[in-house]
Design a protein around this ligand. Structure first.
Ligand SMILES: Cc1cc2nc3c(=O)[nH]c(=O)nc-3n(C[C@H](O)[C@H](O)[C@H](O)COP(=O)(O)O)c2cc1C
Length: 371
C-alpha cells in the first residue's frame, strides 16, 4: 500500500512524481519592514524539493492582507525578486512550488500596517484572537472595519495581481487560502459574515467572494495554475459554520466551471471524514487532502492509506515535511522521522528551519581504499 504514495499524478500543467505534498506553513522569517524572503528561505524550500508539490507559507498580496509579523508579501518588486531566489533553487533541485496567497481579514492588527488602520472583514465582528509581537506581547485583534462592495472588488483584483506577481517570481501556480478562518473563510461562515448585500445571507451569497477570487486568479494565470484551500467545519480564528454540508455543496457547485490545478481540503478532526468524502464526490478535479489528525497514527502511513483508498489524489503533510527535508527517502525506508520542534516554528534563524538532518546514506568506501 505504501507504493501508492510513490505513484506519479498530473495536476494542471505539472507532472508530480509522488503524492506527498508539503502543506503551507508560515515560518515568520521574512524581513519585518519589506516582507522579503531570504537566502535561508530558499535553502529551506530547496531542501524539501522532493515533495510532490511545495505549497509556500501564506503570503500577503497587499499591505492590509498581512495577519502576522514577518510574513512575506508578493505585492512589491523587491518581494518578487526575493521570491525568485526561492523558485530558482527549488526548480534547480527538480522541485515544484505554488505560492499560497493569504488575506487574513479580521485576523490582523493596526500594529502590522504603516497607516495604523484597522483590519478589514466582511462584517465588524471580532476574531477573539490576538497578534503575537516581539516588542509588545500579545495584542488582541480589534473589531475590523466592514468592507464595502468596492473594497471587495479591490481585494479580488489584489489576488489577481498577486497571482501574476507569483508567476513573474517563478512560481508554478497559486493556492488561494480559503481555510482556517481567514478572509475567504470569514465570508463563507455565517457567524463571521452578517452582510445583507450580495456577499452575505444565503450560502449562494456567502460563497460569492471565494468564487470571484478563484475566477480572477484563474483569468490572470490560468485555472490550471490556480488552486483553493478550504477547511470545512474547522473552527479556527473564531469562525464556526452552522451549515457546512450545504455551504460547501454550494461552493463546489459554483467552482465546477473552473478546472483548477487542485482543490485542497483540510480535515481538522476525524469527525469531518464524511465532509471530506462529500468534497471528494462533489469535486471532479484533483483533490489534495491535509488530514490534520493523521488517523491517530503515523502521518506517512495515513497518507498512503488515504491515497490507496482513493479519498484523495495527493496528501499534504505539514510538520513531517518541516522536520524532515528528506521525507520521501524516509518514507521509502519506513522512517525514522525527526520530530518537529514547535519552539522554532515561527521566527528566529536557521535553527529548526534548515538544520533538520537528512538520512544521508554513507558513501560506500572503495574496495581498494587504503588508510
Ligand atoms: C508552523 C505552521 C505554520 C502553518 N502556517 C500555515 C499557513 O501559512 N497556511 C495554511 O494554510 N496553513 C498553515 N498551517 C497549517 C498546515 O498547513 C497544516 O494544515 C497543519 O499543520 C496540519 O497538518 P500536519 O499535522 O501534517 O502538520 C501551518 C502549520 C504549522 C505547523
Amino acid at each position: 500500500m505504501m507504493n501508492e504514495i510513490f505513484a506519479p499524478v498530473r495536476i494542471g500543467r505539472l507532472d508530480l512524481p509522488n503524492r506527498l505534498a508539503m502543506a503551507p506553513m508560515t515560518r515568520s522569517r521574512a524581513t519585518a519592514d519589506g516582507g522579503l524572503v531570504s537566502e535561508l528561505t530558499a535553502e529551506y524550500y530547496a531542501q524539501r524539493a522532493t515533495a510532490a508539490l511545495i505549497v509556500s507559507e501564506g503570503t500577503q498580496p497587499s499591505v492590509r492582507a498581512q495577519g502576522y509579523i514577518q510574513t512575506p508579501g508578493i505585492h512589491t518588486a523587491a518581494q518578487i525578486d526575493a521570491w525568485r531566489k526561492v523558485t530558482d533553487r527549488v526548480h534547480a533541485a527538480d522541485g515544484r512550488i505554488f505560492l499560497q496567497l493569504l488575506h487574513s481579514g479580521r485576523v490582523g492588527h493596526p500594529y502590522l500596517y504603516p497607516d495604523g488602520g484597522l483590519p478589514e472583514a466582511p462584517s465588524a465582528l471580532v476574531s477573539g484572537e490576538s497578534l503575537f509581537t516581539l516588542d509588545r506581547g500579545m495584542l488582541p485583534h480589534p473589531v475590523p472595519r466592514e468592507l464595502t462592495a468596492d473594497d471587495i472588488g479591490e481585494i479580488v483584483r489584489d489576488f489577481a495581481a498577486g497571482a501574476r506577481n507569483a508567476i513573474e517570481a517563478g512560481f508554478d501556480g497559486v493556492e488561494l487560502h480559503g481555510a482556517n478562518g481567514y478572509l475567504i473563510h470569514q465570508f463563507l461562515s455565517g457567524n463571521s459574515n452578517h452582510r445583507t448585500d450580495a456577499y452575505g445571507g444565503p450560502v449562494e451569497n456567502r460563497v460569492r467572494f471565494a468564487v470571484e477570487s478563484v475566477r480572477a486568479v484563474s483569468e490572470a494565470i490560468g485555472a490550471d495554475r490556480t488552486a483553493l484551500r478550504i477547511s470545512p467545519g474547522n473552527e479556527a480564528n473564531g469562525v464556526a459554520e452552522t451549515d457546512t454540508a450545504e455551504l460547501y455543496a454550494a461552493l463546489l457547485a459554483a467552482l465546477a466551471p473552473y478546472p483548477l490545478a487542485y482543490l485542497h481540503t483540510l480535515e481538522a478532526h476525524p469527525g469531518l471524514r464524511g465532509v471530506t468524502e462529500q468534497v471528494r464526490r462533489g469535486w471532479a478535479g484533483p483533490l489534495m487532502l491535509n488530514s490534520a489528525h493523521h488517523g491517530g497514527g503515523d502521518p506517512v502511513a495515513d497518507a498512503a492509506e488515504l491515497v490507496a483508498a482513493g479519498t484523495a489524489d495527493l496528501v499534504a503533510l505539514g510538520a513531517r515535511w518541516l522536520a524532515n527535508p528528506d521525507l520521501l527517502d524516509r518514507a521509502r525506508a519506513g522512517g525514522p522521522y525527526n520530530e518537529a520542534d514547535e519552539a522554532t516554528y515561527y521566527g528566529g534563524d536557521h535553527r529548526g528551519y534548515t538544520d533538520y538532518p537528512s538520512l544521508t546514506p554513507l558513501a560506500p568506501a572503495p574496495a581498494s581504499a587504503a588508510g
